[in-house]
Design a protein around this ligand. Structure first.
Ligand code: HEC
Ligand code: HEC
Length: 317
């Protein structure tokens, strides 16, 4: 009698354990993905903190380099972007070999600095202040283009200074006073160009001919423009809700004033938008700063698709 009861209790307990572990394993992939996401968020945030503390002086407050009055090149370069599996853009992930090259390029450049330039040595292995882990945080922030975090943390950081720090306090004004890095620990030279020319957003996956816009959106030019923009990865750099991105937000862009480096303003009318999309390099000659905006859309998009995108941008008041 007693033994039967015990056996029943045992069976009951085993069953419960099975239920609990079954549920655990069934949700395992979701939990793993969550853990990975929050880990990535955390390391990008640490990278952004280190960037705010050490790199803004030369590379600009938000990594935009000369465009923001920095003396060093922009680091919000799309060439450094690594696309993850199942990214929000629906583009193919960056191949593993390429990821390794980009990470190595960034890691070594940051760790070693760049000889005969003002880019300092950062790795403590060569006498700099940062550990390998910290350099990796920076690499993670740059390859995932988390400039939104840099902006957010930078603003917090500057607001608590007394008086609040301004760009003028932070940016190096006279580069001739900087010391030049002489150390050579096998770093990349300035002539390594292939990374800076790569564009995973347009190069990796050519936009479907005719654009995905034809399928979604019916005849409404605004909706068509939205789907053409989505299909061509514009959102990787341009936010539509006013938040900072690699490029300017599209919200309120139409008919706003844009400043020329040589003294503006220029109205962002239809002609301006068309040129910005189809032939952005032409703007440099007119006194706009250096271009990050890919110059390939003039040939990869049809003129009517560019008009549809413009209709979409106009709708973002
Ligand atoms: C004192 C100024 C200065 C500071 C501070 C500085 N940099 Fe630089 N950095 C430069 C200059 C100048 C270059 C360009 C060197 C050249 O001409 O090749 C550069 C180049 C780079 C490059 C290579 C970019 C490319 O397109 O090849 C990376 C990556 C970089 N810096 C990352 C960082 C990071 C991360 C920090 C902060 C830990 C930092 N830099 C801090 C001056 C600076
Ligand atoms: C790799 C990042 C990137 C991608 C992708 C990108 N842009 Fe840009 N875009 C920029 C940057 C950065 C600027 C600011 C000028 C500059 O530095 O090139 C810009 C400028 C513009 C401007 C002018 C904005 C202004 O405020 O003057 C328009 C319009 C524009 N882009 C449209 C597009 C469209 C449409 C697409 C997709 C078909 C697109 N961009 C894809 C980075 C990008």
């Amino acid at each position: 009698m007693n033994t039967t009861k015990q056996v029943n209790v045992m069976i009951g307990l085993l069953f419960m354990a099975f239920l609990v572990f079954g549920a655990y394993f069934a949700t395992e992939p979701a939990r793993e993905a969550d853990a990975r996401d929050s880990q990535a968020e955390l390391t990008a945030k640490r990278g952004a903190e280190i960037f705010v503390a050490n790199c803004r002086t030369c590379h600009g407050l938000n990594g935009k380099g000369q465009e923001e009055g920095g003396i060093a090149p922009a680091l919000n370069n799309v060439a450094f972007l690594v696309l993850e599996q199942n990214n929000a853009l629906g583009l193919p992930p960056t191949p593993a070999g390429e990821v390794r090259n980009i990470r190595e390029f960034l890691f070594n450049t940051i760790a070693c600095g760049r000889s005969n330039t003002a880019m300092p040595v950062w790795s403590e292995r060569y006498g700099g202040p940062l550990s390998d882990t910290q350099v990796n945080y920076l690499v993670n922030m740059i390859t995932s283009a988390r400039w939104d975090l840099v902006e957010e943390l930078g603003k917090e950081h500057d607001a608590i200074q007394n008086p609040p720090a301004t760009a003028k306090d932070i940016l190096v004004a006279d580069p001739s006073k900087l010391s030049v890095t002489t150390k050579n620990c096998g770093q990349y030279g300035a002539s390594v160009l292939e990374f800076r020319e790569r564009n995973p957003l347009t190069g990796g996956a050519p936009a479907p001919a005719g654009g995905a816009g034809a399928a979604a959106g019916g005849n409404d030019p605004v909706k068509l423009g939205q789907s053409v923009a989505t299909a061509n990865g514009c959102a990787a750099c341009h936010s539509i809700d006013g938040k900072a991105g690699v490029g300017p937000t599209w919200k309120g862009l139409f008919d706003s004033n844009r400043e020329l480096a040589s003294g503006g303003p220029v109205k962002a009318d239809e002609a301006y938008l068309k040129e910005s999309i189809a032939n952005p390099n032409a703007k440099i000659a007119k006194g706009f700063g250096p271009n990050v905006m890919p110059a390939t859309f003039g040939s990869s998009l049809k003129p009517e698709q560019i008009d549809q995108i413009i209709a979409y941008i106009k709708s973002l008041k």
